[in-house]
Design a protein around this ligand. Structure first.
Ligand code: HEM
Length: 462
């Protein structure tokens, strides 16, 4: 396996276009809707894998797909104030995340972002490493207890581990949270996401029945209930910890001076719990999958860990020095970006290269297509971590690789996620050899880019 599983119906064999050309998509509105329901990733026009800018007409409106790094920079950074998140984001994630940092807009977004920022300051991230390493070691103990050569569902394992890390670092003392139940709720909630996107794009009301809706709404209620109990617990113990919740409790709206209400706090804790574990969990699952198919890269990663740790356990001070492990994680995020599509609605029109971003239209950055675009990447389907070693990254445009987004809405947890992923890869691969034990998984989008079947692996002690 070379990381080449393109979503159904997409190929990268279309002829490459000129760097500034605008290509018209031939997809019809009905075709887009059918693909959205099946798998939203397949609604990206195939042309976006070989051209810089693609225009599609959808339900009488315009959608521009940006796959050219300078144009992406122009839109998401320079014109950030002319854009808003697309309404389908709030529609799809709202029932679970309310108006937290990921889904809020304008002034309400800004003060929440300022409030949360101190918890993610670069100088503070290193302090989270002991908890990250401890959670990874707990995963290896779980595997060891199953016996040598046991089979595990890697996606489930990485979900439990990344959720353990979020609880330990962002909600210390949140030991009452039922991690297994949260993992299940998030999974049930995201399962019918394609239907939710399609209903949102047709402007259908939120109560409109669709397959999986009842189960998803029950999952959202269970998830929100757990977050509300967490808020009540923290309100009852003021000053208990210096963590994300403390930062949010201390935040004040600059316009009114008011603090967050219980609902706003619960929405933000929900956002950090969901956005903070699901994405990293799938990125780690894809990383382990790719390594199991490429023993030469796995061997190099293990050799790097051995050299840096001197054969001892992985410690916090080692993690920053694991350049190849980081390159593996980044290359996995290139091939399988956990958030594969970013959308924005245009609030005020502006010129965008050869096209015009019309007011009321939609801009899409199909990160999956950007990361596999033939104009930007040599042999884009090949898994080659070497691309992310420092000497190779210098010559690349900053926005040709953007798993964490760009502009003011860039992921607040990017540094956190990278640190945790490198720590987990180092601890796990040091202890276990992973052999694929199931059919080849394909990537499918359920808000995040998940495997279409469990990634099963046999884990053997080294
Ligand atoms: C590999 C892991 C991750 C990936 C690929 C990822 C990806 C992204 C992307 C692409 C966005 C921007 C979406 C947009 O522009 O529409 C985003 C936003 C966000 N992410 Fe992440 N993320 C990851 C890990 C995390 C972690 C670990 C946390 C928290 C601990 C987190 C919390 C958030 C939040 C709160 C936002 C909203 C930020 C805002 O709008 O101000 N993410 N993430």
């Amino acid at each position: 396996m070379t990381g080449d599983d393109m979503p159904d119906g997409l190929t990268t064999t279309a002829p490459a276009a000129e760097p500034t050309a605008l290509v018209e998509s031939r997809m019809t509105t009905l075709g887009v809707l059918a693909r959205l329901v099946r798998d939203p990733l397949t609604s990206v026009p195939p042309e976006a894998y070989a051209a810089p800018l693609v225009r599609a007409r959808f339900a009488g409106g315009q959608r521009l797909y940006l796959v050219d790094p300078p144009l992406i920079q122009d839109a998401l950074v320079r014109h950030a104030d002319d854009l808003a998140k697309t309404s389908d984001v709030g529609r799809v994630l709202g029932p679970a995340l309310g108006q937290g940092l990921l889904t809020a807009e304008g002034a309400h977004w800004r003060w929440q972002r300022r409030g949360a920022a101190p918890a993610f300051a670069p100088g503070r991230l290193g302090a989270f490493l002991p908890a990250m390493i401890a959670a990874a070691e707990a995963m290896t103990r779980r595997w060891a207890s199953l016996g040598d050569g046991a089979e595990v569902d890697v996606g489930h394992e990485t979900s439990v581990t990344t959720l353990d890390i979020i609880v330990a670092t962002m909600l210390p003392g949140g030991g009452d949270l039922d991690v297994a139940r949260i993992v299940r709720s998030v999974s049930d909630y995201l399962a019918p996401a394609g239907w939710m996107f399609a209903c949102a794009m047709l402007g259908l009301p939120g109560w409109m029945p669709h397959p999986g809706r009842r189960r998803a709404m029950a999952a959202a209620r269970s998830f929100q209930g757990a977050m509300r109990r967490e808020v009540a617990r923290r309100r009852a113990e003021p000053g208990a910890a210096d963590d994300l919740v403390a930062a949010l409790l201390g935040a004040a709206d600059p316009e009114t001076g008011r603090a967050m209400t219980d609902d706003e706090l619960a929405d933000n804790i929900a956002t950090f719990v969901m956005a903070g574990h699901e994405t990293t969990a799938v990125a780690l699952a894809w990383s382990l999958h790719l390594l199991s198919r490429h023993p030469e890269h796995e061997a190099r990663l293990v050799a790097e860990v051995e050299a840096v740790t001197g054969g001892g356990p992985v410690r916090p001070e080692h993690v920053e020095r694991l350049a190849f492990a980081r390159a593996v994680f980044e290359e996995a995020c290139r091939l399988y970006p956990p958030a594969p599509i970013i959308g924005r609605g245009v609030r005020r029109g502006f010129r965008l290269g050869p096209a015009r971003a019309e007011e009321g239209s939609v801009l899409i950055v199909p990160i999956h297509a950007l990361h596999r675009n033939r104009l930007l990447w040599d042999q884009p389907e090949r898994f080659d971590p070497e691309r992310f070693m420092p000497e190779r990254t210098r010559t690349r445009h900053r926005y040709s690789f953007m798993p964490f987004g760009a502009g003011p809405r860039v992921c607040i947890g990017a540094g956190f996620a990278t640190l945790e992923a490198v720590a987990v890869l180092a601890v796990v691969l040091r202890a276990f050899r992973l052999e694929s034990a199931g059919a080849e998984p394909h990537a499918t989008m359920h808000v995040t880019l998940r495997p279409d079947r469990p990634i099963r692996m046999r884990v053997r002690r080294r």
